[in-house]
Write a protein that binds this ligand. Structure first.
Ligand code: HEC
Length: 193
C-alpha cells in the first residue's frame, strides 16, 4: 500500500513537471496575443477616427497633410500610453513614408503574409519569436474601405493636386495603385518581456 502510494505521488509529480513548461508557454503566447490585439485596436481606432475627422472637415488634401504631418507622431503618442516593453508601428513593402519601411525580418514576414493571402489563407495575426524575451505580433492590414483608395488607389488618373502633393512630399512613394482587398502592409507590435 505504501509502495502504491509513493508510485502514485511520483507519477503525479512527473506529469505536473512535464505539463508545467507547456502551460507556461501557452499563457505567455496568450498574453502576447491579447497585448498585440488590444494595442493594434487602439492605434487603428485612433488613426481611423482622426483621418475621418480630417476628411469630413477639410477633404482629401487636408487629410493628406494631416497623415503626412501627424500619423507618425500620433503613433508615437499611442506608444507612450502603452506599458513599457510594448511598441507599435505600421510597415509596408510599398511604403509611402520611409519611417514605415520594414526591417529585414519584417520584410520576410510581409512576404509570408502576401503568399498566404495568395493561397487564400491569410491569418488574422502572426507571432514571431525574436529572442528569449522578444516577440513580434503582426496584424495584416488590408485595403478594406473605399476611402483608402483616395490616397492609395489609382489616384494619378483623377486628382492632380493630390498627385503633386504626394510627389513633392514623397518623391519615392510606392503606396499607390492598390485595389480593394489588397494587402497594404501590417501593424507590428514588438513585445519585450
Ligand atoms: C488622405 C490621404 C490618405 C488616406 C485616405 C489614407 N492614407 Fe494611408 N497614408 C497616407 C500618407 C500621407 C501616409 C504616409 C504618412 C504616414 O502615415 O506615416 C500613409 C501611410 C499609410 C501606411 C503606412 C505605410 C506607408 O506606406 O508609409 C499604411 C499601412 C496606410 N497608410 C494604410 C491606409 C489604409 C488602410 C487606409 C484606409 C483606411 C489609408 N491608409 C487611407 C495617406 C492616406
Amino acid at each position: 500500500m505504501k509502495l502504491l502510494h509513493s508510485i502514485m505521488v511520483f507519477s503525479l509529480s512527473t506529469s505536473i513537471l512535464l505539463a508545467a513548461p507547456q502551460a507556461a508557454e501557452e499563457t505567455e503566447l496568450n498574453q502576447i496575443l491579447v497585448t498585440g490585439e488590444a494595442s493594434s485596436k487602439v492605434l487603428l481606432e485612433t488613426l481611423g477616427s482622426r483621418l475621418k475627422e480630417q476628411l469630413e472637415t477639410g477633404g482629401v488634401m487636408k487629410a493628406f497633410e494631416f497623415c503626412s504631418d501627424e500619423a507618425y507622431n500620433i503613433t508615437q503618442e499611442v506608444n507612450k500610453g502603452f506599458e513599457s516593453g510594448v511598441n507599435i508601428k505600421r510597415i509596408s513593402t510599398q511604403f509611402r513614408s520611409p519611417a514605415n519601411a520594414p526591417k529585414a525580418d519584417e520584410s520576410a514576414v510581409l512576404e509570408e503574409l502576401s503568399t498566404l493571402k495568395k493561397n487564400g489563407a491569410l491569418p488574422t495575426h502572426l507571432v514571431k519569436q525574436i529572442d528569449e524575451k522578444t516577440f513580434k505580433y503582426y496584424k495584416p492590414l488590408l485595403i478594406e474601405k473605399k476611402v483608402c483608395l483616395k490616397c492609395h488607389g489609382k489616384i494619378y488618373k483623377d486628382n492632380t493636386d493630390l498627385k503633386k502633393a504626394i510627389e513633392a512630399r514623397y518623391p519615392l512613394d510606392s503606396a499607390i495603385n492598390y485595389e480593394m482587398g489588397d494587402l497594404r502592409g501590417a501593424i507590428v507590435v514588438t513585445i519585450t518581456k
